[in-house]
Design a protein around this ligand. Structure first.
Ligand code: GMT
Length: 375
């Protein structure tokens, strides 16, 4: 099939999932066209089955806000006509489902019927989408999608509670390409980061409020009182400066390394012993899955869809949101004993394999076939 994918091209989980999905679809013989404002960060190679179409939004001083949705829907119409696209898959409802719907309607005027699949990723529903200023438009564009998928049972439930949804929401979980990781555990550059006797604890996110960055620092601060350890913080975002200050205040700055954004998170996870994800809300927790596939157990909150990924007592432990005491004590349970750590590491990778791309990709392909036939 010829598939157009709309996503955010940044380090956010929805963009990563959309990009990996597009690459996997192309490997299966589909032709994939990414339509967004920048080449997606994980999309390194373009080829005869993977195309990137950049959406340009000309600056016009009269506008306080430049009309991205308008530019996106126009670009979609042009791309779909030029490349004879069969199907549109938008990731993250805002504003992609809305722009996709407009493109669909414009194409219908020309006798072209294009099925649209909308995948809900989390904050498009739980944080931004439910705001009264957006809610009617988000409800409308979800209801106008031909198929709606959600990345976890928890997000599906939340969406049905918040919005007046008329049709089905199908759960297709996020995924990971486990084949990429089966051979990569040998070349870890651990000594660059910590001494041999230190445990390495890692957090990766976009450092927004919802990630509860202060909890990451507080949990680590408690851990390092009992065992030698280093904390590696990967990512950029509004909470980063506050976290750096908190490390100074707690007297642990020398044990915490802030790396900024990285395209090489697998190399970092390769030498990590534990991953912290204390988020306020999380529809799935792709970062936890990426840790697990790299053999890293997870200490997380029990918010949203995280329990569907991180199995309590198996791949790590879950705690109530904000319970840093409990998180630190559970972290020490894993880290204080080599055998226990090894058991959790092995469990983590085993659980991650349940989300292998080879299991999940056919679910999307089935949805595509159904939507295409029903057009
Ligand atoms: O939360 C983020 O850091 C980014 C965000 C996004 O929209 O890109 O992630 C959401 O989608 C990911 C991929 O489906 C999920 O793994 C994250 O859990 C979800 N984030 C939230 O729900 C807060």
């Amino acid at each position: 099939m010829k598939i157009a994918i709309v996503c955010y091209p940044t380090f956010g989980g929805s963009g990563v999932v959309a990009t990996e999905l597009g690459i996997a679809l192309a490997n299966r013989g589909h032709e994939v066209h990414f339509v967004t404002y920048k080449q997606p960060v994980r999309l390194e190679l373009l080829n005869n089955r993977i195309f990137f179409h950049e959406v340009h939004v000309p600056e016009y001083p009269l506008f306080h806000y430049q009309p991205y949705e308008l530019a996106l829907s126009s670009k979609l119409v042009d791309t779909i006509k030029l490349h004879k696209i069969d199907l549109l898959h938008v990731h993250y409802a805002i504003p992609h489902a809305y722009a996709g719907y407009m493109a669909k309607k414009m194409l219908e005027e020309e006798g072209i019927y294009l099925p649209m699949i909308t995948t809900l990723h989390g904050t498009d529903i739980t944080l931004v989408g439910k705001h009264p200023f957006y809610k009617p438009a988000v409800t409308f564009s979800i209801n106008q999608s031909d198929v709606v998928t959600s990345v976890s049972e928890s997000l599906k439930k939340g969406t049905l509670e918040i919005f007046d949804i008329k049709g089905e929401i199908e759960v297709i979980p996020n995924f990971i390409d486990t084949k990429k990781y089966s051979t990569s555990f040998t070349d870890c550059q651990r000594s660059n980061m910590a001494n041999d006797n230190e445990r390495i604890i890692t957090h990766i996110s976009n450092f927004r409020k919802v990630k509860r960055i202060a909890d990451v620092v507080k949990v680590f601060s408690k851990i390092q009182l009992s065992i030698p350890a280093k904390l590696i913080m990967v990512g950029e975002g509004p909470e980063k400066e506050g976290a750096e200050r908190l490390c100074e205040d707690l007297g642990i700055a020398e044990k915490v390394i802030f790396l900024g954004n990285s395209n090489e998170i697998d190399k970092i996870l390769c030498f990590s012993d534990l991953f912290l994800l204390p988020s306020e809300t999380e529809s799935f927790g792709l970062a936890a899955l990426e840790a697990m596939v790299n053999k890293v157990p997870v200490i997380s909150s029990n918010a949203g869809g995280i329990p569907e990924v991180n199995l309590d007592g198996v791949s790590g432990f879950l705690s109530e949101v904000g319970d840093v005491e409990d998180m630190a004590s559970k972290a020490l349970t894993i880290l204080s004993d080599d055998e226990v750590l090894e058991r959790f590491k092995n469990n983590a990778v085993k659980e991650a394999h349940k989300f292998d791309i080879q299991k999940v990709l056919p679910l999307y392909e089935e949805v595509y076939q159904r939507a295409y036939k029903g057009r």
